[in-house]
Design a binder for this molecule. Structure first.
Ligand code: GDP
Length: 361
């Protein structure tokens, strides 16, 4: 499955956040015998539709979609020079499908800042500089050969040109992602086999003091710093506390600081979107469940997420949109109202589709 790597300078609250994430590990809760890697936190993507489906179908349990967060320790200035930890760090980032930067905004004299002062803007720049330098190194290794080849082989020219363009952007101090060259896009396609770090989608977690959680001016300033990436504001210590409480107590604590959901829930939801993912839903007496697919997946591809046999033997999918199903109150009534559609192998899945697959075994 796709993963989001958590990076950040030392002492910004990564461990605190990651511990809170692992306390919410849905894998641990739902699959007691699963092997859980110490540096991976599997977090459920909150989806109130599942609760509703569970009511309609009398489901025994709810299984949300999940996002895997990987704790990537140890970014330091000079990481791109590839010394010791630096190398391992870059390799770990390369394996992630998106990058979540944790940025310190909280003020606390007892927690030393590596650069002596709390400045989200400077910290973002420090981290981005390391990633940009690493990408420039990668490019400098391949560009001379590409340029030479492109003089002989016409079909290499577009790639050489794309790499030159990327180099220019990076030399200006910009990430490729911020200039629209992001994994999955047409512009990034030619760069694919370089595995550049800054073509990964980024998101930012600002670890803030409680008063900043509700400070819209402050938040807008930070949002402007990181756009087009998403910014999430949370207090890591508070998240750790929330993870210890039952639902009611947690809600009370959240409301006392002006929030209506835990920051981790927001993080899971935004992370899921950042990865370019989407869900469809299945429901029955056993469980109501959200399944993860890539945006644009077809019905057979979606079936394959449940079981490869479902994809191989795919005949059709009976699809009811979530809203229609809730309005009808049952599958039978939705069918009676003509709201159940039979979709074939070319159907592109839509968000909120409640699906039952028909297949040959
Ligand atoms: P890491 O080095 O980025 O993993 O940072 P840690 O999670 O180990 O946190 C460093 C220190 O900052 C610890 O003493 C934490 O208790 C403290 N800390 C983490 N988050 C917060 C926060 O939101 N507010 C305050 N005041 N301290 C925090």
């Amino acid at each position: 499955s796709l993963t989001i790597g958590i990076v950040g300078l030392p002492n910004v609250g990564k461990s605190t956040l990651f511990n809170a994430l692992t306390k919410n590990d849905v894998l641990a809760a739902n699959y007691p015998f699963a092997t859980i890697e110490p540096n991976v936190g599997v977090v459920g993507v909150p989806d109130p539709r599942l609760q509703k489906l569970a009511e309609i179908f009398g489901s025994q349990r709810i299984l949300p979609a999940t996002v895997d967060f990987v704790d990537i320790a140890g970014i330091v200035r000079g990481a791109s020079e590839g010394e010791g930890l630096g190398n391992k760090f870059l390799a770990n980032i390369r394996e992630s499908d998106a990058i979540c930067q944790v940025i310190r905004a909280f003020k606390d004299e007892n927690v030393v800042h590596v650069d002596g002062k709390v400045s989200p803007k400077d910290d973002i720049e420090t981290i981005n500089t390391e990633l940009i330098l690493a990408d420039l190194q990668t490019i400098e290794k391949v560009l001379p050969r590409l340029q030479k080849e492109s003089r002989i082989k016409k079909d290499v020219a577009p790639k050489a040109k794309a790499v030159e363009e990327a180099k220019e952007i990076l030399e200006k101090g910009d990430t490729l992602f911020s200039q629209g060259i992001v994994q999955g896009s047409e512009r990034a396609e030619l760069l694919h086999d370089l595995h550049l770090l800054t073509t990964k989608p980024f998101l930012y977690v600002f670890n803030v003091d409680e008063d900043e959680l509700v400070d819209e001016d402050f938040k807008n300033e930070q949002r402007a710093l990181v756009a087009p990436a998403e910014a999430i504001f949370l207090n890591a210590k508070l998240e750790a506390e929330l993870a210890e409480l039952d639902e009611e107590e947690a809600l009370e604590l959240l409301q006392s600081v002006g929030q209506d959901e835990p920051g981790l829930a927001t993080l899971a939801r935004v992370g899921f979107q950042t990865l370019g993912l989407q869900t469809y839903l299945t429901a029955g007496p056993k469980e109501s469940r959200a399944w993860t697919i890539k945006k644009g997946a077809t019905a057979p591809e979606a079936a394959g997420v449940i079981h490869t046999d479902f994809q191989k033997g795919f005949i059709k999918a009976e699809v009811i949109s979530f809203d229609d199903l809730v309005e009808a109150g049952s599958v039978a009534e939705a069918r009676a109202r003509g709201k159940a559609r039979m979709e074939g192998k070319d159907y592109v899945m839509q968000d909120g589709d409640v699906v039952e697959f028909r297949f040959n075994v």
